[in-house]
Design a protein around this ligand. Structure first.
Ligand SMILES: [Zn+2]
Ligand SMILES: [Zn+2]
Length: 265
């Protein structure tokens, strides 16, 4: 099995070294693992969610060294990816940052609605003063644009907006169908992300309805634990596989040099 969404202590809000993660991946029996620390954002955005700009080069170097070591010792295949924010006002910054590195895979993530990092538990009070249906609508319109942007290989945690359990009063299927179409048209895969199991909503991102819509459109899927500590590597693989099967998937994709290759589920 694969785990294509892993953070290390370089992100500032995760713990553990690359070597500790690879060891955990080996113990979990992973075949492929991909590191995806957060790409720095331009000045004016909060800087504590991501690597600092000067950390990107050593991050890539350290992952490549760990990959060689793991290959020599019969461990999992180790790939070097990144998680990049969808920043509609700074698309060129993101495009330029990504172009300077040979990442294997780029995850695209919507973590901001306007200037609000809505998935930050420290900022949860803002949900109290907002219209949840309108918030979901804004979130999904950002996700549609991210999916179609051509910047990303995979849309990470596609319905992250449900994280704290603030659910809409309306049927969300209209958003699911439109997002599946945007992913298909944008050539972007969908991520099955187990982090939601560890959050108040208590379920994988995305919901079965959204994943099944992706499957009907022929959108390829990946799996990631979104581990923020070595002990979380491979978390939720069983649940993820079950959800994927329920949605009709029988294979996943792995990105190497930003090219997808099919692997068995
Ligand atoms: Zn994320
Ligand atoms: Zn992440």
């Amino acid at each position: 099995m694969i785990d294509l969404h892993l953070h290390t202590s370089r992100c500032g809000h995760a713990s553990g070294s690359i070597a500790e993660y690879v060891e955990a991946g080996r113990a979990a029996g992973l075949e492929v693992m991909c590191f995806t620390d957060h790409l720095p954002m331009p000045a004016g955005y909060p800087q504590h969610y991501t690597m600092r700009p000067e950390e990107v080069a050593p991050y890539v170097e350290d992952v490549r060294v760990a990959a060689a070591l793991s290959a020599e010792t019969g461990g999992p295949e180790v790939l070097c990816g990144v998680e990049a924010d969808w920043l509609p006002d700074d698309v060129e910054f993101v495009r330029d940052s990504l172009a300077t590195r040979n990442f294997d895979m780029v995850l695209g993530s919507v973590h901001f609605v306007g200037d609000w990092a809505f998935d930050d538990p420290d900022l949860i009070a803002r949900y109290g003063s907002c219209d949840i249906d309108a918030l979901w609508d804004r979130y999904f319109s950002l996700a549609f644009d991210a999916a179609r942007s051509g910047l990303f290989d995979v849309l990470a945690h596609p319905d992250l907006i449900k994280k704290f359990g603030f659910l809409p009063s309306v049927d969300p299927r209209m958003w699911y169908e439109e997002l599946a179409l945007a992913l298909f048209e944008g050539g972007c895969a969908v991520e099955v992300n187990a982090a939601g199991l560890r959050k108040p909503v208590g379920e994988i991102y995305p919901s079965l309805g959204l994943l099944a819509a992706c499957r009907r459109r022929g959108v390829p899927a990946t799996f990631g634990s979104d581990a923020h500590a070595p002990g979380e590597v491979g978390n939720g693989i069983g649940e993820g596989r079950e959800l994927l099967r329920a949605a009709g998937y029988d294979s996943l994709v792995v990105f190497r040099g930003r090219t997808p290759q099919e692997v068995a589920l």
